[in-house]
Design a protein around this ligand. Structure first.
Ligand code: SF4
Length: 685
């Protein structure tokens, strides 16, 4: 019998809704949703990934039974009971021998709100704040910057407000590839149908940037120089919003003084963008009545990423483009539940509801709800966990839906760290580069094989219904975690008989989600935008009545220029950077298994500028050796005119992180993925 089941797309953070069609319980297709007003993808539009959103889960490579390592690279099937017993005995033994800080946990932006709530609760119940997810690697600089200045980081307005903007800014962001429905439904329409002015900033003139009225093409990670010069120009030329600044902002005079030295010419020298273009961008930005500023990893993923995001937030504030209709700014996570994992406190320094671990009263409130003490010191951030494992202080990992062996910078080092750990549990839907280091592998249900909630970049929490049975003996992540907790002797804190029980506890612990109850979300199929203080309310726009700071005002932070980590020199004269393809996703753990995507987006390559190619004697399709201080690889090049000269860039998905450096931003601990110095030589023959 044919049936259809409503789910949220399991790929990016736009949160598109779709029906999975099943025939006798087996998924056979996707149907568009045109009968639920208010969903993030009006008319049910989907992108190439969304159109085949269930396909990865039907791959024959699925993990279907618990596995135990019996020799290097060799696993044997075991029962769930055996797996639970082994995990409990090894983790308790390691905790007893080395202390709780020897345990590290990874949650996932690819798992539900409930799964992420439980993995961080499990970490803390074991006495460890070493719990992180990949949000650290892509959005943490944005989150830290905006929290410091505004008191809160998420996207401020509904995406539909982009249609009301008269200026749209895409900064280091190519939504045509990473969030295609957002791009097509809102950004393109705002520009093409509504006539919004369009500023784009990127080292590559991407599909998203093709309509730009003002296009800036800086060297990777030099954006901070451009923004600082724009702030200076806007202030010097009286283009800022005096009324807004007087009423809502602290620190303006200090900001004005701090940017005095940052001239347009100075920024030109650092970024490689002409002073005239920077001036045009500053004027266009400042003259907008309603500016939508969408910034992402091109700006974030640098060791100066937090400083750049702080400067951009300053610019948004002094031009008064926040706290009203028709504007937008804020963190845009990559994956479909990055926002949910973040809000659930899968963070070494934050508890659910973004409560800092060090906030005594906030921590005690959660302790009262949970019935156990939470360690009061922040744990290790994502990158530091692997350094600690290599050094020997972290001994065990519990990894849910993460692939650090491919996703982290200097990944050869990460693999050595994983080899050194005494015990690793990996919970996933497929074998990955990381699961091969696991002692126990637990098979998880795919997204449409279980019910649960996810939160889109737009703060919208939506319920997904179970569409099909899980492969083999795979189970929903929340159920596995509750079972592990019981095996570890923590059952009284993890007494859940359904996913509703978990979300109901979240409703009590996280005030912003109080009204997002299972009963509401099952009925209100477009979901609701947090904060929602009761079952009737939601908050489409933030900061309409000021900022969540002690005096209700935003606090500008003066920029101080810092370079973006490793920059080219005589020995390594090129900038190595990365980008995303529309038909692949992250390290490919799902999209490589989706036949339609894998057949079309088949292998890694590198973009190189045509003038650089000519100089190197390289033609389209030739192979080059790309070498950094860490390692080297051979890759085919695509010679194009629209990448900045001196930059070579590869799609992220095929794993070249053994070339990148593990340096992190001081404030946010985000790795500087987007800049490494490299040399390039033609491979002959
Ligand atoms: Fe899925 Fe994102 Fe594509 Fe929408 S835009 S269908 S959420 S991948």
């Amino acid at each position: 019998m044919r049936k259809k089941h409503l789910i949220t797309c399991p790929y990016c953070s736009v949160g598109c809704r779709m029906y999975v069609e099943t025939e006798d319980g087996y998924p056979v297709g996707i149907e568009y949703v045109d009968d639920i007003p208010g969903i993030p993808n009006p008319g049910g539009k989907l992108c190439p990934k969304g159109n085949v959103a269930f396909q990865y889960a039907t791959s024959e490579d699925r993990l279907t039974k618990p596995l135990k390592k019996v020799a290097p690279g060799k696993f044997q099937e075991i029962s769930w009971q055996e797996a639970m017993d082994e995990i409990a005995s090894r983790m308790n033994e390691i905790k007893g021998k080395y202390g709780p800080e020897a345990l590290a946990f990874l949650g996932s932006e690819k798992c539900s709100v409930e799964d992420n709530y439980l993995i961080q609760k499990l970490a803390r119940a074991m006495g460890s704040n070493n719990v992180e997810f990949a949000g650290r690697l892509c959005q943490s600089s944005n989150v830290v910057a905006r929290t410091k200045i505004l008191g809160s980081a998420p996207q401020t307005n509904p995406s539909s407000d982009i249609l009301k903007a008269d200026v749209v800014v895409l900064w280091g962001y190519n939504p045509a590839a990473t969030n295609p429905v957002l791009f097509g439904q809102y950004v393109e329409k705002a520009i093409l149908d509504n006539g919004a002015q369009f500023i784009a900033v990127d080292a590559i003139k991407t599909q998203s940037a093709k309509y730009a009225d003002v296009f800036l093409q800086p060297y990777p990670g030099t954006d901070l120089a451009i923004i600082s010069a724009m702030i200076n120009y806007v202030i010097k030329n009286d283009l800022y919003d005096k009324d807004f600044v007087d009423k809502h902002v602290n620190g303006f005079d200090e900001l004005a003084k701090s940017v005095e030295a940052y001239s347009l010419k100075w920024a030109e020298k650092i970024s490689g963008v002409s002073a005239d273009l920077i001036e045009e961008a500053a004027r266009t930005f400042a003259k907008g009545e309603r500016v939508a500023v969408l910034a992402n990893e091109g700006l974030n993923q640098h060791v100066n990423g937090t400083a750049a995001m702080m400067a951009l937030t300053d610019l948004v504030l002094i031009t008064g483009n926040i706290g009203k209709e028709g504007v937008m700014s804020g963190a845009i996570p990559g994956a479909f539940n990055g926002m949910g994992a973040s809000l659930m406190g899968v963070n070494c320094a934050q508890l659910p509801g973004a409560i800092p671990v060090a906030n005594g009263e906030g921590r005690r409130q959660i302790e009262r709800a949970w019935g156990f003490e939470i360690p009061d010191k922040p744990g290790l951030h994502y990158v530091a966990m692997f350094g600690a494992a290599y050094e020997g202080s972290v001994k065990a990992f519990y990894i849910m839906g993460q692939n650090p062996a491919r996703a982290l910078p200097d990944s050869a080092f990460v693999e050595k760290a994983l080899e050194k750990a005494e015990f690793i549990v990996a919970q996933d839907i497929f074998p990955t580069e990381t699961t091969k280091y696991a002692d126990i592998i637990l098979p998880a249900a795919a997204w449409h094989e279980r019910a649960g909630t996810a939160i889109s970049s737009n703060r919208r929490i939506q319920w997904s219904f179970k569409a099909a049975d899980a492969a083999g003996e795979a189970k929903p992540d929340w159920e596995i975690l509750a079972g592990v907790a019981k095996a570890l002797g923590l059952g009284k804190h993890f007494y859940y008989s359904s996913i509703d029980d978990v979300l109901s506890e979240v409703n009590k612990v996280v005030p912003a989600l109080k009204g997002a109850t299972p009963q509401r979300l099952r009925g209100e199929l477009k979901g609701c935008m947090f904060p929602c203080s009761d079952e009737k309310s939601e908050t489409p726009r933030l900061f309409l009545k000021g900022f969540p700071t002690p005096d209700g005002k935003a606090n500008l932070i003066s920029p101080k220029y810092a370079p973006p980590g490793e920059v080219p020199d005589d020995e390594y004269p090129f900038w190595l950077s990365n980008f995303r393809l529309v038909g692949q996703f992250h390290t490919g753990t799902m999209s490589f298994k989706s036949k339609s995507l894998a057949d079309r987006w088949t292998e890694g390559f590198a973009y190189i500028n045509e003038q650089d190619a000519r100089k190197l004697g390289v033609n389209d399709g030739d192979s080059v050796k790309v070498e950094t201080r860490r390692s080297a690889l051979t890759v085919k090049v695509e010679v194009i005119p629209y990448i900045k000269r001196g930059v070579i860039s590869m799609p992220w998905h095929w794993g070249f992180n053994f070339l990148t450096k593990d340096a992190v931003d001081d404030l946010s601990k985000i790795p500087g993925y987007k800049t490494a110095a490299c040399k390039i030589s033609k491979v002959r023959g």
